[in-house]
Design a protein around this ligand. Structure first.
Ligand SMILES: Nc1nc2c(ncn2[C@@H]2O[C@H](COP(=O)(O)OP(=O)(O)OP(=O)(O)O)[C@@H](O)[C@H]2O)c(=O)[nH]1
Ligand SMILES: [Mg+2]
Length: 709
């Protein structure tokens, strides 16, 4: 054991003695469950710091003896004080709790009006320990009142800057039946004003704890334990939501401030289950502070006591960030650039080979040669038999497809023409000129080709609200549509959000795209925003800068990303990109390379690899995807993909050697499927891979044959 370790051990021993003295003063036994837990955590923390687990039963016995001895002598003062910040709705009994803690009428309470109007600090000695409580004005739960709450919270914050609280006691009533999340706006306001970390060393205090339990579903009153548990879970869950961390589990203390509360022989107020709530509350506060002191001394990475109480701080979910980084994203394009070679065009003008042209002419004729077709009215369709109706729709689809094809080819030809002219040094500012040219040349008019007079499919006037709000005549480029949630079980209308997309050109030449999706149901609000702007370099390169907002768990992640794509060979595109993600207090940086190779006209291979790192933690991943386009591409948009992704992420910095591998085989041709295999070490990965390959091969063959069949 070197000097440093010895010092460390001494410090931990001192903390243990101090804690045991506090326990003694509260009249609790060292064998009390909570006391044992804290002592266990302390030795655990010490072990973690030293890199190994140590059980020093001997040390603990010594500490107990020493604590008793010091208390008996009563000479050495106890170096400990506790600052408690009270927060909560108005009228829940914060001020009454202050009075209970000190055992005397220190502040005024009122049953009918908000009694506390400003932040007040009350100090006193409780069982030989200096306790300072900060009583605060009550907050209001309604969304409307959050501005008022903000003012109160600002004044509290100002106060806490002067006097840092050790513990936050969030006070609520045990006997309110709040199953809803009515308090969420208030809890969020607290998180926003004071910082979400405020919830990480908060204790929940439930007042009116001597209330009789309500009747359960069977008609009999619930047992007291069930009653307390249910209420605790509701408050804990609301706090988890507000703090944005699902792992958070705030300890709960019960409080009964009624002056006629039953007392035990020592004069301590007790609850219906015999628990001496006041000493229990103080013990919880002291324990929490002791653990955070220990953490500071041990210089564990996380200074909050939360870690030792069983919750971990949030480290960014690197695999999630990595997989979104690895997704290949199309660069936005100018409307006039759609058909032209750029770094990120989906197709190649040169694809339109001579053979195609011949075929195309044939097809063009084909569309024009079709016999006249009269769309039916809804009433007429209703009269058709099932088979007739199917035949009618088939014919309809076939015509639409042919027409689209014709228009597409015309557009391609125009683009090709434009490219040719550009090469010849001619300057075109827009397509209108082109159209003009065509007219002058006497070439067939290319735009606009009117669509056949369409009868709207029956869904348009049905009761489904998804269609009711659709613009039939779009007045702007802005595309907005409802987000449907087919899995939603508690929606009567089946949709729960809206998504908006827009494509625009900034300064006339930088194409930009923005897509936002907002969903909201009773409990959750989610926002997803993708925005990007691209700049072309010459014919083949394109650079993109983007800003995204994503919901990660209950938190928002802000992502800045940039990517450059180069079309280096005729059928190969290479991209390299970086990303910076801001998630809470964490910043994660990512790096990726991607290569996309087209084999033939329909088959593409996309390979990408990347890494994301944050706080010394890193995740590595690679994706391989095979894409098979629709036979009718670009008119048919069916895309079959087969993906394989590998990810490697250190599970824990502490353990160091543990690695986790995730293998995912995604399969999608609209009837999507997925195989996921999770394993725990690299040797097993190879075995698993060998196991998957035949499965993958057979499924893929299945798709191939289905496609051609
Ligand atoms: N029976 C019972 N009554 C309580 C308890 N706690 C508080 N009360 C009563 O509830 C009323 C409101 O309590 P206060 O302490 O003034 O509430 P507060 O949270 O300080 O309210 P503001 O100062 O307005 O934020 C008072 O009449 C208290 O006597 C409790 O645990 N049991
Ligand atoms: Mg008060």
């Amino acid at each position: 054991m070197d000097e440093e370790e010895k010092k460390l051990q001494e410090n931990v021993d001192q903390i243990k003695v101090k804690f045991l003295r506090l326990v003694h003063r509260l009249g609790h036994s060292p064998e009390d469950l909570m006391v044992e837990q804290v002592l266990y955590r302390l030795s655990l923390a010490e072990g973690i710091r030293r890199g190994r687990q140590i059980g020093r039963a001997f040390g603990l016995e010594n500490a107990k003896k020493k604590a008793l001895q010091l208390e008996d002598e009563g000479k050495e003062p106890l170096d400990f004080s506790c600052n408690i910040l009270l927060l909560g709705k108005t009228g829940v009994g914060k001020s009454a709790t202050v009075n209970s803690i000190f055992g005397e009428q220190k502040v005024s309470t009122s049953a009918f009006d908000p009694a506390t109007t400003s932040v007040r600090e009350i100090t006193g000695i409780v069982g030989g320990v200096k306790v300072r409580v900060i009583d605060t004005p009550g907050l209001r739960p309604s969304v409307m009142d959050q501005a008022a709450n903000k003012r109160i919270l600002e004044s509290i914050k100002k106060h806490t800057k002067r006097c840092q609280p050790d513990i936050v006691l969030y006070v609520d009533r045990l006997d309110t039946q709040a199953w809803d999340f009515n308090d969420l706006p208030l809890l969020r306001s607290i998180a926003v004003s004071m910082g979400p970390s405020i919830w990480f060393n908060a204790i929940v205090g439930l007042t009116h704890a001597a209330s009789a339990p309500p009747d359960g579903s069977s008609g009999n009153p619930l047992s007291y334990e069930v009653f307390v548990n249910q209420r605790s879970r509701v408050v804990q869950h609301a706090i988890r939501q507000a703090a944005g961390d699902m792992r958070l589990m705030n300890p709960v203390a019960l409080v009964e401030n009624h002056p006629l509360c039953r007392r035990n022989r020592e004069g301590q107020p007790i609850l219906p289950n015999g628990l001496s709530w006041r000493t229990q509350l103080l013990l919880l506060c002291y324990s929490s502070k002791i653990l955070s002191e220990a953490n500071r001394i041990l210089k564990l990475q996380d200074p909050s006591p939360s870690k030792l109480f069983g919750f971990r701080t949030r480290s960014p979910p690197l695999p999630f960030l990595l997989s979104s980084l690895l997704q290949s994203k199309a660069h936005p394009k100018l409307a006039t650039d759609q058909g032209i070679d750029n770094g990120d065009s989906d197709f190649d003008v040169d694809d339109l080979s001579e053979a195609d042209k011949e075929e195309e002419e044939g097809e063009e004729d084909e569309y024009d040669r079709l016999p006249p077709f009269k769309p039916l009215r809804k009433a007429q369709i209703a009269k058709l038999t099932k088979e007739q109706r199917r035949a009618y729709y088939d014919e309809y689809d076939y015509r639409v497809k042919l027409l689209q094809k014709k228009q597409w080819k015309e557009e391609l030809r125009r683009a090709q023409e434009m490219k040719k002219r550009q090469k010849e040094g001619q300057d075109f500012s827009s397509f209108d000129d082109m159209a003009g040219d065509y007219d002058q040349d006497g070439a067939p008019a290319t735009i606009p080709v009117p669509l056949p007079d369409m009868v709207l499919p029956p869904t348009f006037d049905c009761d489904n609200p998804a269609y009711r709000y659709r613009f039939l005549e779009p007045t702007s480029q802005l595309l907005s549509r409802p987000v449907l949630d087919s899995h939603g079980w508690d929606h009567d209308c089946g949709y729960d959000g809206v998504s908006v997309e827009d494509n625009l050109a900034i300064a006339g030449k930088f194409p930009a795209g923005i897509a936002a999706q907002i969903t909201k149901d009773k409990k959750e609000f989610n926002i997803h925003l993708d925005s990007s702007i691209a700049a072309k370099h010459g014919e083949t390169g394109s650079t993109l800068a983007g800003f995204d907002i994503q919901s990660v768990g209950k938190q928002l992640a802000y992502v800045l990303r940039s990517e450059t794509k180069l079309k280096n060979l005729r059928r190969n595109k290479t991209a390299a990109g970086v990303s910076v993600t801001f998630l809470g207090e964490n910043v994660a940086t990512g790096l990726k390379v991607e290569d996309e190779l087209m084999v033939g006209k329909r088959l593409g291979l996309v390979a990408s690899a990347g890494t994301v790192r944050a706080q010394g933690d890193a995740a590595y991943g690679a994706n391989l995807e095979v894409r098979l386009r629709d036979k009718e591409f670009p008119i048919g948009q069916d895309l079959s993909t087969l993906g394989l992704s590998l990810m490697r992420w250190r599970v824990s910095v502490l353990i160091g050697r543990g690695t986790k591998m995730t293998t995912r085989v995604g399969l999608n041709n609209k009837r999507s499927g997925q195989i996921t295999i999770r394993i725990n070490s690299s040797e097993q990965l190879q075995i698993a891979l060998m196991g998957i390959l035949p499965v993958v091969a057979s499924i893929y063959r299945g798709i191939f044959s289905e496609d051609s069949g």
